[in-house]
Ligand binder design. Structure first.
Ligand code: TYD
Length: 211
């Protein structure tokens, strides 16, 4: 049984420019329509709390040591779990988060090179509950080549600290996401994000939800 019961926890992931934001709200509304009796909470990382949003501002705009960055990501996550995610799951709500811990492994680990052992330790510390680790029941990974994401990003608003990184960085981020997805196929759905929004939407609606 999932440690999140009676709630259900969904995360959206992908490299910047993969298009996850386009689909997030529509997907959440569709999930809610299937479970009208359940409350659905939409949130994001880094962020999701007042403190977390303050940390987000620093994380996305201020250059800092890699370990400082990882620690602040997990500090924001600790607060997010305590103030938002765990209480909602305990009440049986559905939580949909725009990014969660997979992003720390992909960006701080794969992208910036922090050792996965250190990330594992932070994950256990922040998400460990007895013998369980709080993690999403379902993670939808928007996957596409770094070059395609880069051309989508160049049409978007002013880039933040991460969005300014080069193609090699995003390829490493992508590979770490894929490595984690392959290691945990029951949690992950890998969405080919190099397709039209209509095709992606059709495939999102075909996902079997075991809520
Ligand atoms: P993002 O989710 O893409 O929001 P927006 O669409 O508004 O730009 O931005 C969050 C950025 O933070 C993204 O570049 C990934 C990065 N990030 C990490 O590096 N590590 C993490 O643990 C998380 C949650 C996000």
């Amino acid at each position: 049984m999932s440690a999140n019961k009676p709630g259900f926890f969904i995360s959206f992931e992908g490299i910047d420019g993969a298009g996850k934001s386009t689909h997030l709200e529509r997907f959440a509304a569709w999930v809610k329509s299937q479970y009208p009796e359940r409350e659905l909470i939409m949130t994001r990382e880094p962020g999701g709390t007042t403190l977390g949003e303050q940390l987000r501002g620093m994380l996305l705009n201020t250059p800092m040591h890699l370990e400082t960055e990882a620690l602040l990501m997990f500090a924001a996550r600790r607060e997010h779990l305590a103030a938002v995610i765990e209480p909602a799951l305990a009440k049986g709500h559905i939580v949909v988060s725009d990014r969660f811990t997979d992003a720390s492994f992909a960006y701080q680990g794969g992208g910036r090179g922090l050792s996965l052992d250190k990330l594992d330790a932070l994950e256990k510390w922040v998400q460990g509950r007895g013998n369980d680790v709080i993690e999403p029941d379902l993670t939808i990974l928007f996957d596409l080549p770094g070059t395609v994401a880069e051309s989508r990003r160049s049409q978007a608003r002013a880039p933040d600290k991460f969005e300014q990184m080069d193609l090699d960085f995003f390829e490493r981020v992508r590979q770490e996401y894929l490595r984690r997805a392959k290691a945990d196929p029951t949690r992950f759905v890998i969405m080919n994000a190099d397709q039209s929004p209509d095709l992606i939407w059709a495939q999102l609606q075909a996902i079997q939800l075991s809520i």
